[in-house]
Design a protein around this ligand. Structure first.
Ligand code: COA
Length: 287
Protein backbone atom coordinates (compact mmCIF):
# COMPACT_ATOMS: atom_id res chain seq x y z
CA UNK A 1 0.00 0.00 0.00
CA UNK A 2 1.23 3.49 -0.75
CA UNK A 3 1.57 6.17 1.93
CA UNK A 4 0.89 9.15 -0.33
CA UNK A 5 -1.94 9.68 -2.79
CA UNK A 6 -3.15 12.35 -5.22
CA UNK A 7 -3.93 14.71 -2.34
CA UNK A 8 -0.14 15.19 -2.09
CA UNK A 9 -0.51 17.06 -5.39
CA UNK A 10 -3.98 18.58 -5.06
CA UNK A 11 -3.61 19.79 -1.44
CA UNK A 12 0.17 19.73 -1.09
CA UNK A 13 2.90 22.36 -1.15
CA UNK A 14 4.40 21.48 -4.51
CA UNK A 15 2.94 21.94 -7.96
CA UNK A 16 1.95 19.04 -10.19
CA UNK A 17 4.42 18.29 -13.00
CA UNK A 18 7.32 19.76 -10.98
CA UNK A 19 9.49 16.85 -12.14
CA UNK A 20 7.84 16.18 -15.49
CA UNK A 21 10.33 14.59 -17.90
CA UNK A 22 12.78 13.74 -15.08
CA UNK A 23 13.84 10.34 -13.77
CA UNK A 24 14.83 9.42 -10.22
CA UNK A 25 16.94 6.33 -9.42
CA UNK A 26 16.51 5.08 -5.85
CA UNK A 27 18.43 2.31 -4.09
CA UNK A 28 16.40 0.83 -1.25
CA UNK A 29 13.35 2.25 -3.03
CA UNK A 30 11.06 -0.50 -1.78
CA UNK A 31 11.97 0.23 1.86
CA UNK A 32 9.90 2.28 4.26
CA UNK A 33 11.47 5.72 3.87
CA UNK A 34 12.83 5.60 0.31
CA UNK A 35 9.60 4.22 -1.04
CA UNK A 36 7.73 7.35 0.07
CA UNK A 37 10.44 9.53 -1.47
CA UNK A 38 9.73 7.63 -4.70
CA UNK A 39 5.97 8.13 -4.31
CA UNK A 40 6.35 11.89 -3.91
CA UNK A 41 8.64 12.25 -6.92
CA UNK A 42 6.31 10.14 -9.09
CA UNK A 43 3.20 12.01 -7.96
CA UNK A 44 4.93 15.24 -8.98
CA UNK A 45 5.64 14.02 -12.49
CA UNK A 46 8.88 12.02 -12.41
CA UNK A 47 9.40 8.49 -13.61
CA UNK A 48 11.41 6.30 -11.28
CA UNK A 49 13.56 3.22 -10.88
CA UNK A 50 13.78 1.44 -7.57
CA UNK A 51 16.60 -0.97 -6.82
CA UNK A 52 16.57 -3.73 -4.22
CA UNK A 53 17.70 -7.24 -3.39
CA UNK A 54 14.28 -8.80 -2.93
CA UNK A 55 12.47 -9.47 -6.20
CA UNK A 56 8.91 -9.78 -4.93
CA UNK A 57 9.12 -6.74 -2.64
CA UNK A 58 10.76 -4.54 -5.29
CA UNK A 59 8.33 -5.53 -8.08
CA UNK A 60 5.28 -5.03 -5.85
CA UNK A 61 6.42 -1.60 -4.68
CA UNK A 62 7.15 -0.51 -8.26
CA UNK A 63 3.66 -1.47 -9.46
CA UNK A 64 2.00 0.28 -6.50
CA UNK A 65 4.02 3.49 -6.95
CA UNK A 66 3.40 3.50 -10.69
CA UNK A 67 -0.36 3.34 -10.09
CA UNK A 68 -0.26 6.66 -8.22
CA UNK A 69 -0.20 8.74 -11.40
CA UNK A 70 -1.70 7.87 -14.78
CA UNK A 71 1.11 7.51 -17.30
CA UNK A 72 3.83 7.11 -14.67
CA UNK A 73 6.56 4.51 -15.23
CA UNK A 74 8.46 2.84 -12.41
CA UNK A 75 11.14 0.29 -13.25
CA UNK A 76 11.86 -2.43 -10.67
CA UNK A 77 15.55 -3.39 -10.57
CA UNK A 78 15.55 -6.41 -8.27
CA UNK A 79 18.17 -8.99 -7.31
CA UNK A 80 20.65 -6.11 -7.07
CA UNK A 81 23.08 -5.73 -4.19
CA UNK A 82 24.58 -2.25 -3.86
CA UNK A 83 27.85 -3.82 -2.74
CA UNK A 84 28.32 -4.95 -6.35
CA UNK A 85 28.95 -1.95 -8.59
CA UNK A 86 28.47 -4.00 -11.76
CA UNK A 87 24.95 -4.97 -10.66
CA UNK A 88 24.02 -1.31 -10.20
CA UNK A 89 25.59 -0.39 -13.54
CA UNK A 90 23.51 -3.05 -15.30
CA UNK A 91 20.41 -1.59 -13.63
CA UNK A 92 21.39 1.94 -14.68
CA UNK A 93 21.87 0.84 -18.31
CA UNK A 94 18.44 -0.77 -18.26
CA UNK A 95 16.80 2.31 -16.75
CA UNK A 96 18.40 4.60 -19.33
CA UNK A 97 17.23 2.24 -22.11
CA UNK A 98 13.67 2.16 -20.74
CA UNK A 99 13.19 5.64 -19.28
CA UNK A 100 15.73 7.61 -21.30
CA UNK A 101 17.76 9.28 -18.57
CA UNK A 102 18.54 9.66 -14.86
CA UNK A 103 18.43 13.12 -13.25
CA UNK A 104 18.19 12.40 -9.55
CA UNK A 105 19.85 9.70 -7.47
CA UNK A 106 18.82 8.68 -3.97
CA UNK A 107 21.34 6.39 -2.27
CA UNK A 108 19.09 4.94 0.38
CA UNK A 109 19.89 1.23 0.66
CA UNK A 110 20.98 0.55 4.23
CA UNK A 111 21.49 -2.28 6.66
CA UNK A 112 21.18 -2.00 10.39
CA UNK A 113 20.82 -4.06 13.52
CA UNK A 114 21.65 -3.42 17.13
CA UNK A 115 24.83 -5.00 18.44
CA UNK A 116 27.26 -4.24 21.21
CA UNK A 117 30.90 -3.97 20.12
CA UNK A 118 31.84 -7.27 21.76
CA UNK A 119 29.33 -9.25 19.70
CA UNK A 120 29.79 -7.28 16.49
CA UNK A 121 32.05 -9.43 14.30
CA UNK A 122 34.49 -7.99 11.82
CA UNK A 123 32.28 -9.43 9.08
CA UNK A 124 29.16 -7.83 10.53
CA UNK A 125 30.90 -4.43 10.62
CA UNK A 126 32.04 -4.99 7.04
CA UNK A 127 28.48 -5.86 5.96
CA UNK A 128 27.05 -2.57 7.14
CA UNK A 129 29.98 -0.51 5.85
CA UNK A 130 29.56 -2.43 2.59
CA UNK A 131 25.86 -1.68 2.19
CA UNK A 132 25.72 1.86 3.59
CA UNK A 133 29.05 3.38 2.59
CA UNK A 134 30.48 1.34 -0.28
CA UNK A 135 26.93 0.95 -1.61
CA UNK A 136 26.47 4.73 -1.65
CA UNK A 137 29.78 5.19 -3.47
CA UNK A 138 28.87 2.45 -5.97
CA UNK A 139 25.49 4.03 -6.65
CA UNK A 140 26.99 7.38 -7.59
CA UNK A 141 29.75 5.64 -9.54
CA UNK A 142 27.23 3.73 -11.65
CA UNK A 143 25.09 6.85 -12.23
CA UNK A 144 27.99 9.22 -12.87
CA UNK A 145 27.63 9.52 -16.66
CA UNK A 146 23.95 10.34 -16.33
CA UNK A 147 24.51 12.80 -13.48
CA UNK A 148 27.17 14.57 -15.51
CA UNK A 149 25.10 14.63 -18.69
CA UNK A 150 21.95 15.92 -17.01
CA UNK A 151 23.57 18.15 -14.35
CA UNK A 152 21.84 15.92 -11.84
CA UNK A 153 21.55 15.83 -8.09
CA UNK A 154 22.43 13.19 -5.50
CA UNK A 155 20.74 12.66 -2.13
CA UNK A 156 22.28 10.28 0.40
CA UNK A 157 20.09 8.99 3.21
CA UNK A 158 22.23 9.53 6.30
CA UNK A 159 21.42 9.70 10.02
CA UNK A 160 22.16 11.81 13.11
CA UNK A 161 23.53 9.10 15.40
CA UNK A 162 27.17 9.73 14.48
CA UNK A 163 26.94 13.33 15.73
CA UNK A 164 27.73 11.75 19.09
CA UNK A 165 28.58 8.23 20.24
CA UNK A 166 25.65 5.82 20.33
CA UNK A 167 26.05 2.42 21.99
CA UNK A 168 25.12 -0.60 19.82
CA UNK A 169 25.59 1.47 16.66
CA UNK A 170 29.37 1.40 16.14
CA UNK A 171 28.92 -0.01 12.63
CA UNK A 172 26.13 2.32 11.48
CA UNK A 173 27.69 5.42 13.04
CA UNK A 174 30.96 4.77 11.23
CA UNK A 175 29.16 4.08 7.95
CA UNK A 176 26.96 7.18 8.08
CA UNK A 177 29.87 9.44 9.05
CA UNK A 178 31.54 8.12 5.92
CA UNK A 179 28.43 8.82 3.86
CA UNK A 180 28.42 12.45 5.05
CA UNK A 181 32.10 12.79 4.13
CA UNK A 182 31.47 11.21 0.74
CA UNK A 183 28.65 13.63 0.01
CA UNK A 184 30.66 16.69 1.04
CA UNK A 185 33.64 15.71 -1.10
CA UNK A 186 31.43 14.97 -4.11
CA UNK A 187 29.63 18.30 -3.74
CA UNK A 188 32.96 20.10 -4.00
CA UNK A 189 34.52 17.93 -6.69
CA UNK A 190 31.45 17.66 -8.93
CA UNK A 191 30.20 21.21 -8.34
CA UNK A 192 31.95 22.58 -11.45
CA UNK A 193 29.99 20.01 -13.50
CA UNK A 194 26.70 21.36 -12.13
CA UNK A 195 26.11 18.19 -10.10
CA UNK A 196 24.78 18.70 -6.56
CA UNK A 197 25.24 16.35 -3.60
CA UNK A 198 23.42 16.49 -0.27
CA UNK A 199 22.43 14.25 2.62
CA UNK A 200 19.11 13.95 4.35
CA UNK A 201 19.24 12.81 7.98
CA UNK A 202 15.96 11.45 9.32
CA UNK A 203 15.28 11.44 13.05
CA UNK A 204 12.78 9.11 14.72
CA UNK A 205 10.46 8.30 11.84
CA UNK A 206 7.40 6.37 12.97
CA UNK A 207 6.77 3.03 11.29
CA UNK A 208 10.37 2.29 10.31
CA UNK A 209 12.39 -0.73 11.43
CA UNK A 210 14.99 1.52 13.02
CA UNK A 211 12.33 3.36 15.00
CA UNK A 212 10.91 0.14 16.47
CA UNK A 213 14.38 -1.12 17.34
CA UNK A 214 15.46 2.08 19.07
CA UNK A 215 12.28 3.15 20.87
CA UNK A 216 11.38 -0.33 22.15
CA UNK A 217 7.80 0.67 22.79
CA UNK A 218 8.72 3.66 24.99
CA UNK A 219 7.00 6.97 24.16
CA UNK A 220 9.84 9.34 23.25
CA UNK A 221 7.77 12.22 21.94
CA UNK A 222 8.49 14.41 24.96
CA UNK A 223 12.22 14.13 24.19
CA UNK A 224 11.65 15.74 20.80
CA UNK A 225 11.38 19.55 20.78
CA UNK A 226 8.54 19.48 18.23
CA UNK A 227 6.78 16.93 20.48
CA UNK A 228 5.96 14.46 17.75
CA UNK A 229 7.62 11.70 15.78
CA UNK A 230 8.60 12.26 12.17
CA UNK A 231 6.70 10.72 9.29
CA UNK A 232 7.91 9.27 6.03
CA UNK A 233 6.06 12.14 4.39
CA UNK A 234 8.30 14.62 6.26
CA UNK A 235 11.31 13.01 4.58
CA UNK A 236 9.58 12.99 1.19
CA UNK A 237 8.71 16.70 1.45
CA UNK A 238 12.33 17.64 2.23
CA UNK A 239 13.51 15.41 -0.62
CA UNK A 240 11.23 17.16 -3.10
CA UNK A 241 12.48 20.55 -1.92
CA UNK A 242 16.14 19.58 -2.32
CA UNK A 243 15.60 18.21 -5.85
CA UNK A 244 13.28 21.04 -6.92
CA UNK A 245 14.40 24.25 -8.66
CA UNK A 246 14.08 25.90 -5.21
CA UNK A 247 17.13 23.91 -4.12
CA UNK A 248 19.47 24.57 -7.02
CA UNK A 249 22.02 26.51 -4.91
CA UNK A 250 22.01 23.92 -2.12
CA UNK A 251 24.86 21.45 -2.21
CA UNK A 252 27.39 19.96 0.21
CA UNK A 253 25.03 20.06 3.15
CA UNK A 254 22.94 17.76 5.32
CA UNK A 255 19.28 18.44 5.82
CA UNK A 256 18.35 17.06 9.23
CA UNK A 257 14.63 16.22 9.47
CA UNK A 258 14.15 15.31 13.12
CA UNK A 259 12.17 17.97 14.98
CA UNK A 260 15.50 19.05 16.61
CA UNK A 261 15.74 15.71 18.42
CA UNK A 262 19.47 15.25 18.01
CA UNK A 263 20.17 18.37 20.04
CA UNK A 264 18.70 16.53 23.03
CA UNK A 265 21.18 13.61 22.90
CA UNK A 266 20.40 9.99 22.22
CA UNK A 267 18.57 7.56 24.52
CA UNK A 268 17.37 3.97 24.33
CA UNK A 269 13.88 4.42 25.61
CA UNK A 270 14.54 6.41 28.77
CA UNK A 271 18.16 5.27 29.21
CA UNK A 272 21.44 6.17 27.56
CA UNK A 273 22.60 2.55 27.67
CA UNK A 274 20.68 -0.46 26.39
CA UNK A 275 19.66 -2.88 29.13
CA UNK A 276 22.31 -5.51 29.88
CA UNK A 277 25.21 -3.73 28.16
CA UNK A 278 27.84 -4.43 30.83
CA UNK A 279 27.02 -8.14 30.85
CA UNK A 280 27.26 -8.29 27.05
CA UNK A 281 30.60 -6.50 26.98
CA UNK A 282 32.03 -9.02 29.45
CA UNK A 283 30.98 -12.14 27.55
CA UNK A 284 33.49 -14.00 25.33
CA UNK A 285 34.34 -11.82 22.33
CA UNK A 286 33.20 -12.61 18.79
CA UNK A 287 35.80 -11.98 16.11
N1 COA B 1 23.71 -8.80 15.51
C1 COA B 1 25.02 -9.07 15.32
N2 COA B 1 25.53 -9.51 14.15
C2 COA B 1 24.67 -9.66 13.12
C3 COA B 1 23.29 -9.38 13.23
C4 COA B 1 22.82 -8.94 14.51
N3 COA B 1 21.52 -8.67 14.70
N4 COA B 1 22.71 -9.62 12.02
C5 COA B 1 23.70 -10.02 11.19
N5 COA B 1 24.87 -10.04 11.84
C6 COA B 1 26.15 -10.46 11.33
C7 COA B 1 26.14 -11.91 10.90
O1 COA B 1 26.27 -12.77 12.00
C8 COA B 1 27.33 -11.93 9.96
O2 COA B 1 28.55 -11.96 10.67
P1 COA B 1 29.38 -13.35 10.90
O3 COA B 1 29.71 -13.86 9.53
O4 COA B 1 30.58 -12.93 11.69
O5 COA B 1 28.47 -14.26 11.68
C9 COA B 1 27.29 -10.57 9.30
O6 COA B 1 26.47 -9.73 10.13
C10 COA B 1 26.70 -10.60 7.92
O7 COA B 1 25.47 -11.26 7.99
P2 COA B 1 24.63 -11.65 6.68
O8 COA B 1 23.36 -12.27 7.10
O9 COA B 1 25.52 -12.39 5.73
O10 COA B 1 24.37 -10.20 6.16
P3 COA B 1 24.03 -9.59 4.80
O11 COA B 1 25.25 -8.93 4.36
O12 COA B 1 23.30 -10.46 3.85
O13 COA B 1 22.91 -8.56 5.31
C11 COA B 1 22.53 -7.11 7.22
C12 COA B 1 23.20 -7.34 5.89
C13 COA B 1 23.22 -7.94 8.26
C14 COA B 1 22.75 -5.62 7.54
C15 COA B 1 21.04 -7.43 7.28
O14 COA B 1 20.53 -7.03 8.52
C16 COA B 1 20.23 -6.77 6.19
O15 COA B 1 20.23 -7.25 5.06
N6 COA B 1 19.54 -5.69 6.47
C17 COA B 1 18.76 -4.98 5.45
C18 COA B 1 17.51 -4.47 6.01
C19 COA B 1 17.73 -3.46 7.07
O16 COA B 1 18.57 -3.61 7.91
N7 COA B 1 16.98 -2.41 7.04
C20 COA B 1 17.04 -1.40 8.03
C21 COA B 1 17.51 -0.15 7.45
S1 COA B 1 17.68 1.04 8.74
Amino acid sequence: MTTLDQSFVTNGTFKADLFKGKVVFITGGAGTICRVQAEAMVLLGANAAILGRNQEKTEKAAREIEALRPGARVVACSNCDVREVTQIKEAVDRVVAELGRIDFVIAGAAGNFLSDFNHLSSNAFKSVIGIDLLGSFNTVKACYDQLKKNKGAILFVSATLHYYGVPFQVHVGAAKAGVDALSNALAVELGPLGVRSNCIAPGAIAGTEGFDRLTRGVDLKKQIPLQRYGTTRDIAEATVFLFSPAGTYITGTTQVVDGAQWHMGFKYGEDIYPVGLTKMLNEPSKL
